[in-house]
Design a binder for this molecule. Structure first.
Ligand SMILES: Cc1cc2nc3c(=O)[nH]c(=O)nc-3n(C[C@H](O)[C@H](O)[C@H](O)COP(=O)(O)OP(=O)(O)OC[C@H]3O[C@@H](n4cnc5c(N)ncnc54)[C@H](O)[C@@H]3O)c2cc1C
Length: 425
């Protein structure tokens, strides 16, 4: 068993052409080389900007190379409840931003010839309880009437064409969603950005950020200082460097995945014949899909814990049991990969992007970020060029989470509350 991301293990490593800080200045420093940072670097370089991306580790090392590879439209949360909370007009605008995110991934894959098995499989949202089916039905009626006629509700009986499991009580299909090999995707974005002239400096943590009199901002790294008039924080949960303001607003929450040995086509045709990206309605969510080389990927929140080697291993055992509950036929299959990653949650599970003290930022995708990080990376190039009106998240303020100073001490309590809700609802 490999305790590492299947996606990073099965894609060509990114080899940077920029081993040293090329010179001490550029137009934009991007902090972080996940999907947001590499998509932004590509878009900025296309506009003619001299860009340096500082990445503390390696390209895609964090959430961007560790996720489920699901490129889904729609919200992670229930559409009906969200539109009631923020209003239908705004909810629909944000919903369409996720559609645009999937379209942007598709466009970049095509334009930059990124070989990452992007396929519009559709998403299957599965009701974990009979009451959850009623919720899905309510959302689907509203979605179909106002913003997404391509959604389709399935009763428990109708699910048999979609999934070889009796575990669920109905489902909702989102046709525009897609799947991809996210390791090849994020590394492909980095390669494309470099080919347009951006520098990607791996193992270059940003340790200091100050407004400078000479040049806008002075970005301090162990490899030297970089001066730039503009800085973009594409740094996810960032646990290092001078980003305490963000750490008080983002809650890092662990999510975990296992991947089986390659499985026979006939078996997969029974388990998930349409190959959709599947996810369920629990707070302790499970999600699963088939990889491009015919393995079952099965993930979830598992324990509401942080990700590290021993935590990933414990979570992997829980996921294995959960997978066997959904698919008894997979009880004895070999597990080849097990890993985890930290999701950048905001309090209301909606992303944030904008500018603070002149520094731009985009993050907080709350587990729904392959498409939104791509869209926002691309849009940040425009927003930094004076088009703040294009920011889909401009209407949201971003107060610090009370009592949160960077270490989410309250996570076990939230986990217990979610477990209780999953039991009650
Ligand atoms: C386990 C898991 C499963 C998920 N599944 C899905 C899914 O199936 N579909 C989906 O849409 N979304 C999913 N997500 C969410 C999605 O992966 C993220 O929203 C997205 O990848 C965020 O990209 P990003 O570039 O903003 O951040 P990240 O990928 O976290 O990248 C930020 C980068 O910044 C670097 N950095 C931080 N601080 C500094 C510093 N001071 N100096 C230099 N570099 C720094 C980090 O090293 C990191 O590489 C999942 C997330 C996880 C963790």
């Amino acid at each position: 068993m490999h305790f590492s991301s299947y996606w990073l293990d099965t894609s060509e490593p990114f080899v940077s052409r920029s081993p040293d800080v090329p010179d001490g200045s550029c137009d934009v420093v991007v902090v972080g080389a996940g999907i947001t940072g590499t998509a932004a670097a590509l878009a900025l370089a296309k506009k003619g900007a001299r860009v340096m991306v500082c990445e503390a580790e390696t390209v895609g090392h964090a959430a961007s190379g560790r996720n489920g590879g699901m490129c889904n439209n729609g919200f992670a949360q229930d559409y009906a409840s969200l539109s009631q909370r923020i209003g239908t007009e705004l909810a629909n605008r944000l919903y369409l931003a996720f559609d645009a995110g999937v379209d942007t991934v598709e466009r970049l894959v095509r334009e930059e010839s990124i070989d990452c098995d992007f396929v519009r499989t559709g998403k299957l949202k599965l009701a974990a309880k009979p009451e959850h089916y009623d919720k899905l039905a309510r959302s689907q009626a509203l979605l179909a009437a106002s913003v997404d006629p391509d959604t389709r509700l399935l009763t428990k009986a109708e699910l048999c064409d979609e999934i070889g499991s009796n575990h669920y009580h109905g489902g909702l299909i989102f046709e525009k969603s897609a799947g991809m090999h996210v390791g090849r995707y994020v590394r492909g974005l980095a390669k494309a950005a470099e080919s347009r002239g951006a520098y990607i400096l791996e193992r270059t943590p940003v340790l200091g950020l100050q407004r400078g009199s000479r040049c806008g901002y002075v970005v301090r790294t162990p490899r030297g200082e970089i001066c730039a008039p503009q800085v973009l924080l594409a740094s996810g949960i960032s646990q290092i460097g001078p980003l305490g303001w963000i750490r008080r607003r983002i809650v890092p929450v662990g999510a975990f995945l296992i991947v089986t040995e390659p499985l026979p086509h006939e078996l997969l045709d029974r388990l998930l014949p349409t190959r959709r990206m599947a996810t369920d309605t629990k707070n302790f969510v499970n999600f699963f899909r088939v990889t491009p080389d015919n393995r079952m990927l099965f993930g979830g929140r598992a324990r509401f814990a942080t990700s590290n080697l021993s935590s990933d291993e414990k979570s992997g055992l829980i996921l294995r049991q959960q997978m066997a509950t959904v698919y008894p036929e997979l009880t004895d299959v070999r597990i080849d990969y097990c890993w985890g990653g930290m999701v950048d949650m905001t309090a209301n599970r909606l992303p944030r992007a904008g500018q603070r003290d002149g520094v731009y930022y985009s993050m907080g995708y709350s587990g729904h970020g392959t498409q939104m990080a791509t869209l926002m990376g691309t849009l940040m190039a425009e927003i930094m060029d004076g088009r703040a009106d294009l920011n889909p998240w401009k209407d949201f303020d971003w107060p610090a989470i009370p009592g949160h100073f960077g270490k989410p001490w309250f996570l076990p309590l939230v986990g217990a509350w979610y477990r209780l809700k999953d039991g009650l609802q």
